[in-house]
Ligand binder design. Sequence first.
Ligand code: PLP
Length: 452
Amino acid sequence: MRVTWFLFSSLFPNFIAQLQKNRMNPRRSFLKKAFIASGTLSLSNLAHKTLAEDVADALNGIAQMTPDFAARQETEWNRIRQAYTTSTSIINLNNGGVSPQPKVVQEATKRYYTYSNEAPSYYMWRILDQGREPLRAKLADFAGVSPEELAINRNTTEAINTIIFGLNLSVGDEIILTKYDYPNMINAWKQRARRDGLVLKWLDFDIPITDNEQVVEAFRQAITPKTKVLHITHMINWTGHIMPAKALCQLAKEYNVFSLVDGAHTFAHLDFKIADLGCDFYGTSLHKWLCAPFGTGLLYIRKEKIKEVWPLLAAPEQQDDNIRKFENIGTRSFATEQAISTALDFHQAIGSATKLARLNYLRKYWTEQVKDIERITFYSSQKDEHSAALFNFGLKGIDAGPLHNQLFSSHKVHTSPIQWEKVNGPRVTPHVYTSLYELDRLVEAIHQAAKV
Ligand SMILES: Cc1ncc(COP(=O)(O)O)c(C=O)c1O
């Protein structure tokens, strides 16, 4: 913790000093809020400040509000937007694919990279590598689990493949999964099934999913004495639906089978701890909602299950019971890895509850303005318990691809076109830096497309 904090604070003394100063001086922030409320404080009369200080002020401002109140404070969110290097030529509403990093994270990565290049074997292996354990502890603290249960890796694909190929399974063993899981995982299970004769049982659902009890019941009905794993996608990427992961992990426990959670879209997006789920395995990508450097992820394995999983890349026998056996991947980017810590600092400065409240607010902001269009179909339920930032819609008579192209050519709105099973439309995913102006452009683009 101390190493990463030292590295971060030495990189961004102004940013950190401002955060600490304001934490110690709530009156100053209160006065500023009063100014903001009266409209007398704007970016232009803050010109004497650095942008980083201004962002820090905004973060401190929302930290003192309830999440729902903070979610509606456009002035503060417009200032937080300045923490990012947003595009001036397109409106990026595909933050579900991968998220951009705040400037502090970009700068940390660059700085560690430059530092590594001064003498790579010394600065990477002897200096920066010392940051891995403090980073593990910090991530574990955030996730509510033990550091001895967290491996730092490159992404969800690596995490979930580690489990799929690492469990001892044999001919006839059954795996329950759904038609809406992620293709990398579907392919991994299919490959393992081809190699080892596993039986894959596919669940299907009506879309949008509106009843999570039915989902749990469908899993329950599919369980047999041969079932070994429930594969659970915490948030379905095609639609944004939040699956009842906790109830499904409980179900797995009831039947003494493994629960494997693909959490690509939920870590630092939903307000929860990995520990809350009661799962055996959970994998996520930190370059999605945490806004950490590209190519960063983590794998959680419940302590007593570690010895039951073989690492994808071999480790010495003495590590059989050690979570670090999943980190023997050879030389990797230490710069990228260490900057995860800065991303976590930034996320925590906003706070999980406030971030989720803002993302829910943004989803409602645009969906409410298009929901009455005659041709529109929503592939996700609008309720907070069912969806957060990711949301998918279609227009009758036009496929996802052409509709996506139309939104882009008319308003430069970048979404993610999805045609998968019963889903046929662009997925829209704002992030904390998305402005209401950008969502207004989206709404206008959808109305325009619906008239054609
Ligand atoms: C549900 C789900 N799982 C896994 C992944 C893969 O993530 P990554 O490419 O970071 O491994 C994604 C990517 O969008 C996803 O949506």
